[in-house]
Design a protein around this ligand. Structure first.
Ligand code: AP5
Ligand code: MG
Length: 194
Protein backbone atom coordinates (compact mmCIF):
# COMPACT_ATOMS: atom_id res chain seq x y z
CA UNK A 1 0.00 0.00 0.00
CA UNK A 2 1.31 3.47 -0.78
CA UNK A 3 2.56 5.40 2.25
CA UNK A 4 0.00 7.80 3.61
CA UNK A 5 -3.11 6.09 2.30
CA UNK A 6 -3.58 3.49 4.99
CA UNK A 7 -5.25 5.63 7.62
CA UNK A 8 -6.20 8.88 5.92
CA UNK A 9 -8.75 10.69 8.04
CA UNK A 10 -6.95 9.44 11.13
CA UNK A 11 -7.74 11.15 14.43
CA UNK A 12 -4.99 10.33 16.85
CA UNK A 13 -3.14 11.57 19.93
CA UNK A 14 0.51 11.30 20.90
CA UNK A 15 0.71 10.82 24.66
CA UNK A 16 3.85 10.69 26.76
CA UNK A 17 5.95 12.57 29.28
CA UNK A 18 7.82 15.78 28.45
CA UNK A 19 10.78 14.93 26.24
CA UNK A 20 9.49 11.50 25.18
CA UNK A 21 9.58 12.53 21.53
CA UNK A 22 5.93 13.34 20.81
CA UNK A 23 6.78 16.42 18.75
CA UNK A 24 9.69 14.79 16.93
CA UNK A 25 7.63 11.73 15.98
CA UNK A 26 4.43 13.62 15.13
CA UNK A 27 6.32 15.88 12.69
CA UNK A 28 7.98 12.88 11.02
CA UNK A 29 4.80 10.83 10.54
CA UNK A 30 2.16 13.47 9.81
CA UNK A 31 3.17 14.04 6.18
CA UNK A 32 2.82 10.33 5.50
CA UNK A 33 -0.58 10.27 7.19
CA UNK A 34 -1.81 13.32 5.29
CA UNK A 35 -3.03 14.98 8.50
CA UNK A 36 -1.63 18.00 10.37
CA UNK A 37 0.45 17.55 13.52
CA UNK A 38 -1.03 19.91 16.10
CA UNK A 39 1.23 20.78 19.04
CA UNK A 40 -0.37 22.83 21.80
CA UNK A 41 3.08 23.55 23.27
CA UNK A 42 4.20 25.06 19.93
CA UNK A 43 0.98 27.03 19.63
CA UNK A 44 1.40 28.47 23.13
CA UNK A 45 5.09 29.28 22.62
CA UNK A 46 4.15 31.02 19.35
CA UNK A 47 1.46 33.03 21.15
CA UNK A 48 4.08 34.14 23.68
CA UNK A 49 6.50 35.08 20.88
CA UNK A 50 3.75 37.06 19.10
CA UNK A 51 2.82 38.87 22.32
CA UNK A 52 -0.88 38.07 21.69
CA UNK A 53 -3.46 38.33 24.49
CA UNK A 54 -3.24 34.55 24.92
CA UNK A 55 0.56 34.73 24.96
CA UNK A 56 0.61 37.40 27.66
CA UNK A 57 -1.79 35.33 29.76
CA UNK A 58 0.15 32.04 29.53
CA UNK A 59 3.79 33.18 29.55
CA UNK A 60 4.36 32.78 33.28
CA UNK A 61 2.63 29.40 33.33
CA UNK A 62 4.85 28.08 30.53
CA UNK A 63 7.92 29.44 32.29
CA UNK A 64 7.00 27.52 35.45
CA UNK A 65 6.25 24.15 33.81
CA UNK A 66 2.67 24.14 35.13
CA UNK A 67 -0.34 23.55 32.87
CA UNK A 68 -2.47 26.26 31.29
CA UNK A 69 -6.04 25.95 32.63
CA UNK A 70 -8.48 23.60 30.90
CA UNK A 71 -10.93 26.36 29.88
CA UNK A 72 -8.23 28.32 28.03
CA UNK A 73 -7.02 25.14 26.35
CA UNK A 74 -10.59 24.24 25.36
CA UNK A 75 -10.86 27.57 23.49
CA UNK A 76 -7.49 26.98 21.81
CA UNK A 77 -8.49 23.48 20.67
CA UNK A 78 -12.04 24.38 19.59
CA UNK A 79 -10.56 27.00 17.26
CA UNK A 80 -7.70 24.86 15.99
CA UNK A 81 -9.85 21.81 15.27
CA UNK A 82 -12.36 23.98 13.41
CA UNK A 83 -9.66 24.99 10.90
CA UNK A 84 -9.91 23.66 7.36
CA UNK A 85 -6.77 21.50 7.55
CA UNK A 86 -8.09 19.54 10.55
CA UNK A 87 -11.34 18.44 8.91
CA UNK A 88 -9.86 15.25 7.50
CA UNK A 89 -8.06 14.11 10.62
CA UNK A 90 -5.21 15.25 12.86
CA UNK A 91 -2.40 14.07 15.06
CA UNK A 92 -2.43 15.86 18.41
CA UNK A 93 0.82 16.38 20.34
CA UNK A 94 0.49 17.67 23.90
CA UNK A 95 -3.31 17.60 24.12
CA UNK A 96 -5.19 16.28 26.04
CA UNK A 97 -3.10 16.53 29.22
CA UNK A 98 -5.77 16.28 31.92
CA UNK A 99 -8.93 14.21 32.33
CA UNK A 100 -10.94 17.41 31.82
CA UNK A 101 -9.18 18.04 28.50
CA UNK A 102 -9.89 14.45 27.41
CA UNK A 103 -13.58 15.07 28.06
CA UNK A 104 -13.45 18.35 26.12
CA UNK A 105 -11.82 16.59 23.17
CA UNK A 106 -14.49 13.88 23.19
CA UNK A 107 -17.17 16.60 23.26
CA UNK A 108 -15.63 18.50 20.32
CA UNK A 109 -15.44 15.27 18.30
CA UNK A 110 -18.94 14.16 19.31
CA UNK A 111 -20.35 17.37 17.82
CA UNK A 112 -18.81 16.27 14.52
CA UNK A 113 -20.10 12.71 15.06
CA UNK A 114 -16.50 11.51 15.36
CA UNK A 115 -14.35 9.67 17.90
CA UNK A 116 -10.62 9.22 18.45
CA UNK A 117 -9.08 6.34 16.52
CA UNK A 118 -5.86 5.84 18.46
CA UNK A 119 -3.73 7.13 21.34
CA UNK A 120 -0.01 6.38 21.01
CA UNK A 121 1.82 6.32 24.34
CA UNK A 122 5.59 6.89 24.02
CA UNK A 123 7.32 5.41 27.06
CA UNK A 124 10.79 6.52 28.21
CA UNK A 125 12.40 6.23 31.69
CA UNK A 126 12.30 9.55 33.55
CA UNK A 127 16.08 9.95 34.04
CA UNK A 128 16.60 9.75 30.27
CA UNK A 129 13.92 12.38 29.73
CA UNK A 130 15.65 14.82 32.05
CA UNK A 131 18.95 14.25 30.23
CA UNK A 132 17.31 14.88 26.84
CA UNK A 133 15.67 18.10 28.00
CA UNK A 134 18.88 19.42 29.53
CA UNK A 135 20.73 18.69 26.28
CA UNK A 136 18.15 20.63 24.27
CA UNK A 137 18.24 23.89 26.24
CA UNK A 138 15.01 25.49 25.05
CA UNK A 139 14.28 28.75 26.95
CA UNK A 140 11.88 26.92 29.30
CA UNK A 141 14.28 23.99 29.88
CA UNK A 142 15.88 24.87 33.24
CA UNK A 143 16.43 21.94 35.60
CA UNK A 144 13.72 23.12 38.00
CA UNK A 145 11.13 23.59 35.25
CA UNK A 146 12.04 20.23 33.71
CA UNK A 147 11.41 18.32 36.96
CA UNK A 148 8.25 20.30 37.59
CA UNK A 149 6.93 19.29 34.14
CA UNK A 150 7.70 15.62 34.89
CA UNK A 151 5.80 15.84 38.19
CA UNK A 152 2.85 17.56 36.51
CA UNK A 153 2.82 14.75 33.93
CA UNK A 154 2.76 12.03 36.61
CA UNK A 155 -0.01 13.73 38.56
CA UNK A 156 -2.28 15.17 35.88
CA UNK A 157 -1.57 13.46 32.56
CA UNK A 158 -0.62 9.86 33.41
CA UNK A 159 -4.23 9.10 34.52
CA UNK A 160 -5.20 9.41 30.84
CA UNK A 161 -3.32 6.17 30.15
CA UNK A 162 -5.92 4.10 32.01
CA UNK A 163 -8.76 6.04 30.47
CA UNK A 164 -7.66 5.29 26.92
CA UNK A 165 -6.60 1.73 27.75
CA UNK A 166 -10.12 1.09 29.06
CA UNK A 167 -11.52 2.54 25.83
CA UNK A 168 -9.35 0.06 23.94
CA UNK A 169 -7.57 2.67 21.80
CA UNK A 170 -4.20 2.88 23.62
CA UNK A 171 -1.05 1.62 21.88
CA UNK A 172 2.31 1.73 23.69
CA UNK A 173 5.64 2.34 21.98
CA UNK A 174 9.14 1.97 23.44
CA UNK A 175 10.49 5.51 23.13
CA UNK A 176 13.91 4.55 24.51
CA UNK A 177 15.27 3.72 21.05
CA UNK A 178 16.72 5.82 18.25
CA UNK A 179 14.40 8.37 16.65
CA UNK A 180 14.37 6.19 13.49
CA UNK A 181 13.43 3.01 15.40
CA UNK A 182 10.62 4.76 17.26
CA UNK A 183 9.37 6.19 13.94
CA UNK A 184 9.36 2.71 12.36
CA UNK A 185 7.28 1.33 15.26
CA UNK A 186 4.80 4.21 14.96
CA UNK A 187 4.59 3.78 11.18
CA UNK A 188 3.71 0.11 11.78
CA UNK A 189 0.94 1.08 14.18
CA UNK A 190 -0.54 3.53 11.69
CA UNK A 191 -0.10 1.10 8.82
CA UNK A 192 2.08 3.39 6.70
CA UNK A 193 5.21 2.17 4.95
CA UNK A 194 8.45 3.17 6.70
P1 AP5 B 1 5.01 21.00 25.27
O1 AP5 B 1 5.71 21.80 24.26
O2 AP5 B 1 3.95 20.08 24.85
O3 AP5 B 1 6.10 20.26 26.08
P2 AP5 B 1 6.18 18.77 26.64
O4 AP5 B 1 5.32 17.75 26.07
O5 AP5 B 1 6.04 18.97 28.10
O6 AP5 B 1 7.61 18.42 26.30
P3 AP5 B 1 8.38 18.44 24.93
O7 AP5 B 1 7.73 19.16 23.84
O8 AP5 B 1 9.70 18.86 25.41
O9 AP5 B 1 8.39 16.86 24.65
P4 AP5 B 1 8.13 16.00 23.36
O10 AP5 B 1 7.53 14.74 23.88
O11 AP5 B 1 7.43 16.75 22.30
O12 AP5 B 1 9.60 15.65 22.90
P5 AP5 B 1 10.47 16.24 21.68
O13 AP5 B 1 10.09 15.60 20.40
O14 AP5 B 1 10.45 17.72 21.77
O15 AP5 B 1 4.39 21.98 26.39
C1 AP5 B 1 5.12 23.06 26.92
C2 AP5 B 1 4.26 23.77 27.96
O16 AP5 B 1 3.08 24.31 27.33
C3 AP5 B 1 3.71 22.90 29.08
O17 AP5 B 1 4.64 22.75 30.12
C4 AP5 B 1 2.46 23.68 29.49
O18 AP5 B 1 2.81 24.78 30.29
C5 AP5 B 1 1.94 24.21 28.17
N1 AP5 B 1 0.95 23.30 27.54
C6 AP5 B 1 1.10 22.64 26.35
N2 AP5 B 1 0.03 21.89 26.08
C7 AP5 B 1 -0.83 22.09 27.10
C8 AP5 B 1 -2.12 21.56 27.43
N3 AP5 B 1 -2.73 20.68 26.62
N4 AP5 B 1 -2.70 21.96 28.59
C9 AP5 B 1 -2.09 22.84 29.42
N5 AP5 B 1 -0.88 23.37 29.19
C10 AP5 B 1 -0.25 22.98 28.04
O19 AP5 B 1 11.90 15.65 22.10
C11 AP5 B 1 12.58 16.14 23.22
C12 AP5 B 1 14.10 16.17 22.95
O20 AP5 B 1 14.59 14.84 22.86
C13 AP5 B 1 14.50 16.84 21.62
O21 AP5 B 1 15.70 17.51 21.78
C14 AP5 B 1 14.62 15.66 20.66
O22 AP5 B 1 15.52 15.92 19.62
C15 AP5 B 1 15.13 14.57 21.57
N6 AP5 B 1 14.68 13.24 21.18
C16 AP5 B 1 13.44 12.91 20.70
N7 AP5 B 1 13.36 11.58 20.46
C17 AP5 B 1 14.58 11.07 20.82
C18 AP5 B 1 15.13 9.73 20.81
N8 AP5 B 1 14.41 8.67 20.40
N9 AP5 B 1 16.39 9.59 21.26
C19 AP5 B 1 17.13 10.64 21.67
N10 AP5 B 1 16.69 11.93 21.70
C20 AP5 B 1 15.41 12.13 21.27
MG1 MG C 1 6.82 18.72 22.18
Amino acid sequence: MAGGDAMSGLRAVMLGPPGSGKGTQAELICGRLGVPAISTGEMLRQAVADGSALGLRVKEILDSGALVDDATMADVMEQRLAAEDAQNGFLLDGYPRTLGQAETLDAILARQARTLDMVVLIEVPEEKLIRRALARQRADDTREVISNRQRVYREQTAPLIDRYRTQGILESIDGDQTIEQVQADIADLFGVTA
